[in-house]
Design a protein around this ligand. Structure first.
Ligand code: ZN
Length: 169
């Protein structure tokens, strides 16, 4: 099993390093992606995962296929996870909303974060191709949460009303 590191692990506070463009489709990165997918699939409530969360300080995150399906209002079951290597947010809406947020590395804690309601990310995919993806709602929130991970930021750094799951009515 691939372990998901928890909030006191220093790897979560590091600024993650970009993947060298010549390495995008290398066996090493393919292994990292396979491990990330395995770790995410092991979490029932997981919608996305950043590489530092499995102890690897590289600028990569993945988004679960079902989160995308929800966003696209598709009925297709379990589409593939979407891979973002060296992601950069190229656009954030001025319009923001306070949203409920949690994190697989801050187990059982939830809080309210202020996030742009729309975001666009540019990244490389697992085939080494550059692409752009826009999202609103949950997907926009994921883009912001995951790029924060790559800069060593956790949602509890800026969330309001942080509380343990047990205390939710
Ligand atoms: Zn997280």
């Amino acid at each position: 099993m691939v372990e998901i590191v928890q909030k006191n692990n220093p790897v979560l506070r590091q600024k993650a390093t970009e993947v060298n463009v010549s390495e995008l489709t290398s066996p090493r990165i393919r292994q990292v992606l396979a491990d990330m997918k395995k770790a995410l699939a092991s979490q029932e409530d997981g919608v996305a995962l950043a590489a530092p969360q499995i102890g690897i300080p590289l600028r990569i995150f993945i988004v679960a296929g079902f989160a995308l399906a929800e966003e696209l209002q598709e009925s297709k079951d379990r589409p593939d996870d979407l891979v973002f290597i060296n992601p950069v947010i190229t656009k954030l809406s001025k319009d923001k909303a306070e949203l409920e947020e949690g994190c697989l590395s801050v187990r059982n804690f939830y809080g309210k974060t202020l996030r742009s309601t729309k975001a666009i990310v540019r990244a490389y995919n697992e085939k080494g191709k550059i692409f752009q993806r826009g999202g609103s709602g949950l997907l926009a929130q994921i883009f912001q949460h995951e790029t924060d991970h790559l800069d060593g930021i956790l949602f509890i750094d800026h969330a309001k009303d942080v509380r343990e799951a047990d205390t939710i009515k």
